[in-house]
Write a protein that binds this ligand. Structure first.
Ligand code: GH3
Ligand code: MG
Length: 330
C-alpha cells in the first residue's frame, strides 16, 4: 500500500493515539451523536447504548468539536442541518483535525445534500432520516470493520515484521516530519545510522534462522535504549538500522550510540558488533543529505575497523537552535 498524503497523516495521528494509550484501551467503541433535535439525540443515545456503544451527544458542530478536543471518539454520527456550525463544515474540520475519526452523516433533507458532497467532505457514509435503527447499526459495524482493516494495513505499511521496528517507508516520512518540527520549535535533532559488522559471516556460520534472531535482538536493544514516544528506531535495510533522536545534540546522541554499541557487544552474537554514524540536523539540509552525511560517518566507522561510533563533527551548525534548553553559552 502506498502511503498517500491522507493516509500518511492518518498514520501519524494513529501512531500518536497508539503511543498515548496503554495496551488494551485502544478502540473503545465510542460514538459522538450530533443533532440539534433533543428527541433524536435521546433516541440514538438509547439505541446505540443498547447496541453496546459508549455514546456522547452534542447539539451542534461547535459543541461537537469541543467534545472531540477532550474525549477520545472513534465515530461521529452527525446531522447536517444545524445552527452555529452545520454538519458539512463539522465533517471537514473533523477530517482535518482528527483524521482517524470516521463520520456518518444523516439528514432529513436528502435533496439538499448530494451523497457525493457529503462523501467528498470526508464522511464515510450517509443515512436518510427518518432512519431505521438496524440500518444505522449495520453501517456502524461496516465502518468499524473497515477501520480495523485500515489500521492493520497502516500498521503493516509502517513496520518491519522481523524486528517489530518501523520500516524504511515510515522512516522516509518520519524524518521529514521531525526535521520540520525541530525547525519550527528550534530544538536540535540527531540521526543515527547503524550497520552490523561481519553479519554475513554470522549468517554463514550459524544459518539464516540465527541470523534473523540477531536482527531481532538488535531490534530489542534499540527499543530498550531509546526514549519511548520521543526517539524512533527503524530497520532501513538488511542489517542496517536508524534511530531518529529529537531534542538531542550530537554529544547526547553519540552517548546513546555508544550505549547501543556496548549493549549489542554484551549480547555476544558471534563475532558481530555494530558500527554507528551520528550526525546533527541544521536548517537547509534536506532529508537525503541528512541521511548521506550520517551514512558517511557510518562509513568512516566501518573503515576504521568497525565496532565504533563516529560522529560527523564538521558539517553541522547549532547556531539556529533557539530552544533555551539547548542554547549553550560556551
Ligand atoms: P560489513 O561488516 O562490512 O557490514 O559486512 P557484513 O558482513 O555485515 O555484510 P553486509 O553488511 O555487506 O551485508 C548484509 C548481509 O545481511 C547480506 C545479507 O545476506 C544479509 N541479510 C540481509 N537481510 C537479511 C535477513 O533478513 N535475514 C538474514 N538472516 N540475513 C539478511
Ligand atoms: Mg553489515
Amino acid at each position: 500500500m502506498d502511503l498517500d498524503q491522507t493516509s500518511a497523516s492518518t498514520a501519524t495521528a494513529l501512531l500518536k493515539k497508539w503511543e498515548s494509550e496503554p495496551n488494551g484501551t485502544r478502540e473503545k467503541k465510542r460514538i459522538l451523536v450530533v443533532d440539534d433535535e433533543p428527541p433524536v439525540r435521546r433516541l440514538l443515545k438509547k439505541a446505540l447504548t443498547q447496541f453496546g456503544y459508549d455514546v456522547l451527544t452534542a447539539d451542534d458542530g461547535l459543541n461537537a468539536l469541543s467534545i472531540l478536543h477532550n474525549e477520545s471518539v472513534t465515530t461521529v454520527l452527525t446531522d447536517l442541518n444545524m445552527p452555529n456550525m452545520g454538519g458539512l463544515e463539522l465533517i471537514s474540520v473533523v477530517k482535518k483535525e482528527f483524521p482517524e475519526i470516521d463520520i456518518i452523516a444523516m439528514t432529513g433533507f436528502s435533496k439538499d445534500y448530494r451523497y457525493i458532497d457529503v462523501i467528498n467532505a470526508g464522511a464515510c457514509d450517509f443515512i436518510n432520516k427518518p432512519f431505521d435503527l438496524e440500518e444505522i447499526e449495520a453501517k456502524l459495524q461496516r465502518v468499524a470493520l473497515e477501520r480495523s482493516l485500515k489500521h492493520q494495513l497502516i500498521f503493516l505499511s509502517m513496520h518491519d515484521e522481523m524486528t517489530g521496528l518501523y520500516n524504511k517507508r515510515y522512516f522516509n516520512q518520519r524524518i521529514i516530519e521531525e526535521m520540520g518540527r525541530a525547525e519550527r520549535q528550534g530544538y536540535p535533532l540527531s540521526l543515527l545510522l547503524l550497520d552490523i559488522d561481519k553479519y554475513k559471516k554470522y549468517n554463514d556460520t550459524f544459518g539464516h534462522v540465527e541470523g534473523d534472531a540477531a536482527l531481532a535482538r538488535l531490534g530489542q536493544i534499540l527499543n530498550g535504549n531509546v526514549r519511548r514516544n520521543v526517539d524512533s528506531a527503524f530497520r532501513v535495510g538488511g542489517d542496517e538500522f536508524a534511530v531518529i533522536v529529537p531534542e538531542a545534540k550530537i554529544k547526547e546522541s553519540s552517548s546513546l550510540a555508544e550505549r547501543l554499541r556496548t549493549s549489542y557487544e554484551a549480547a555476544k552474537l558471534g563475532e558481530t558488533t555494530i558500527s554507528i554514524g551520528v550526525s546533527e540536523y541544521y536548517p537547509g539540509l534536506d532529508a537525503k543529505s541528512f541521511y548521506q552525511t550520517t551514512d558517511a560517518a557510518l562509513y568512516r566507522a566501518k573503515s576504521l575497523g568497525g565496532n565504533r561510533v563516529v560522529a560527523d563533527q564538521e558539517n553541522y551548525d547549532s547556531s539556529w537552535i533557539t530552544n533555551r534548553r539547548y542554547v549553550t553559552t560556551e
